[in-house]
Design a protein around this ligand. Sequence first.
Ligand code: SAH
Length: 340
Amino acid sequence: MRNIKELSLSELEAVLKEWGSPKYLAQELFSWIYKKGIQDFSKMSNISLEHRKRLKDNFSLVTLKLINKSVSIDGTEKFLFCLEDGNSIEAVIIPAKERLTGCISTQAGCKFACRFCASGALGFKRNLTCAEMLDEVLYLQSSHKLTHIVFMGTGEPLDNYDNVIKAIRIINSKPALGIGARRITISSCGIVPGIQRLSREKLQVELSISLHAADDKTRSNLMPVNKKYPLSRLLSACRDYVMDTNRQITFEYVLIEGVNSSLQSAGNLSTILRGLRLAKVNLIPANPIKELGVKPPGKLEILFFRDYLLKHGVNATLRLPRGQDIEAACGQLRLRYEKK
Ligand code: SAH
């Protein structure tokens, strides 16, 4: 049976029209499911019994099952969920000043095998459906009022393009969650055709690119996806994206000891970003992952790296790692769990 959360408002309206039911019922259903978070047709009290039965006979409303929850001393909360087919996924809530950000997974596992990332270590299982991603958001939303959503959990959003965009449109739509597109971020390891498609989408979402290295040798070594979409192609797609959308791109740069944190790397980074309008660099000291031998550089090296970029006109900020005590870096909780 089809999960009702696979349907956009207009698709739901079309089904209701086919049934000869009033169109406004679609808005009402959206309000119950997304605004009130009710995941049971029989509790939708202002919908007639007859309609509730018909909906129940035609659609499912399954949700995620929580397996584990951990809370960091910095307030980060991490959730591990079980899907209907037994796969597991993670979602995280990150509080910061006036923001409450939900970090959503887009795939069970990941095919891209970045060397420093725990998600890739378990391989790829499958794409998440639109409903499953919405369920992550709804679960987080049930205890908190999220202000921002980042598609930065496990998986590659641009490798599950259609489902991610559909979920974003529903999160964005007023009768559902009404979270503004500018408060929604897609983070990608650099899938060039996906970036090109996104620039034509007429959706004001934020785009983050996980760059992590500024020369092809280092980047291919860290991120095998670079062999398919090397830096020249990636940066050219980014330039076009900025031209077409007039939107800023944030480049994520995870600093890993002995790999990409020297001043020479900083020099390469400032060189390749030259000429890219509206580029911002987010420096993130690597979350240590014992299993992968990943460590952040020392504090001084991190500050030298940042200062070099600032001196050379790169708009760089240093982001503190969050939730380290609960292993909230990409896929770490899941890695522990699946190993058991
Ligand atoms: N596939 C997408 C989104 C998932 S990864 C992407 O690559 O952007 C989300 C972010 O977490 C990426 O920037 C990724 O590089 C980063 N990340 C993965 N492992 C990390 C670690 N050990 N320390 C810090 N950041 C990490």
